[in-house]
Design a protein around this ligand. Structure first.
Ligand code: CO8
Length: 260
């Protein structure tokens, strides 16, 4: 697929994926959703990529939401299909075997915040802004936002944000636990890349299993989650990475993981 709206650069085991539609503040229309899904699917299959950074083009927006101009005349059926398309992308990111870091470089609103919430870590710039303005448009978050935000920051704060449509600054997003860290815009990409590279150096299967245990464990009872964790833990002893990681420790050298 010829991805007009998505840029993807891969180096040192990290893919930097940029939503590139700055004239519309990187709003998600059907084409962007399809291209993003296709790009991330390719990354998931690419064994040279160990971690992903997701960001938006320009200095104003990560993603200012789903494309309101495209949604304005949708029928109920089309709205449902559009939400399903977005949710498929959100679930795909959550299920990817590689960590995905959102580098939120400005507005993360509506579908844009939902996209960031699907990522494993959110680093934000000082000018970032978070919000769910959907109710000001007569709709609700439809790409999983009601579910993911409430799970991340608790139902009361999620309700405050979603019911009011209020847009909060990065510092409050940090305080509420939406962002892991807030840094100056000029340092954001390097900071996110640094974390991604750190993750990429580790055993890729182990990192993927750790993500699997945390993401899927959140939907289980604690006991089921413990059982799931111990199963994944056990499976890792069948990997070469486990032999290499522990062997390197014993031999006092740096491990060289192959992702096998
Ligand atoms: N959709 C389409 N175009 C957009 C969007 C958007 N979400 N956001 C910005 N743009 C466009 C503007 O229309 C404008 O284009 P033009 O120059 O052609 O008029 C351009 O981007 C620049 O934007 P502004 O001039 O408005 O820039 P400002 O700095 O004045 O304002 C804001 C920035 C505050 C971010 C403002 O643009 C804004 O409020 N945008 C809309 C934010 C929003 O409401 N987002 C939520 C959308 S709904 C959603 O995401 C639902 C997700 C679930 C979908 C479920 C399926 C049905």
């Amino acid at each position: 697929m010829d991805a007009k709206n998505i840029q993807c650069e891969i180096s040192e085991g990290v893919a930097v994926v940029t939503v590139n539609r700055p004239e519309s503040l990187n709003a998600l229309n059907s084409a962007v959703l399809a291209e993003l899904e296709c790009t991330l699917y390719g990354i998931e299959q690419d064994s040279t990529v160990k971690a992903v950074v997701l960001t938006g083009a320009g200095e104003k927006a990560f993603v200012a939401g789903a494309d309101i101009k495209e949604m304005a005349d949708m029928t109920s059926f089309e709205g449902h299909r559009f939400a399903q398309k977005g949710q498929r992308l959100i679930l795909f990111i959550e299920k990817m075997s590689k960590p995905v870091i959102a580098a939120v470089n400005g507005y993360a609103l509506g579908g844009g915040l939902e996209l960031a919430l699907a990522c494993d870590v959110i680093y934000a710039s000082e000018n970032a802004k978070f919000g769910f303005p959907e109710v000001t448009l007569g709709i609700i978050p439809g790409f999983g936002g009601t579910q993911n935000l409430a799970r991340l920051i608790g139902p009361n704060r999620a309700k405050e944000l979603v019911f009011s449509g209020r847009i909060i600054p990065a510092a409050k997003g940090l305080d509420w636990g939406i962002a892991n860290e807030v840094v100056p815009l000029s340092e954001l990409k390097e900071k996110a890349l640094g974390l991604a590279r750190e993750m990429a150096k580790n055993g890729a299967i182990a990192v993927g299993y750790a993500k699997d245990a945390i993401v899927n464990g959140l939907n289980m009872t604690k006991e089921d989650g413990f059982r799931y964790e111990s199963s994944l833990f056990g499976v890792l002893f069948a990997t070469e990475d486990q032999k290499e990681g522990m062997g390197a420790f014993v031999e006092k050298r740096k491990a060289k993981f192959q992702g096998k």
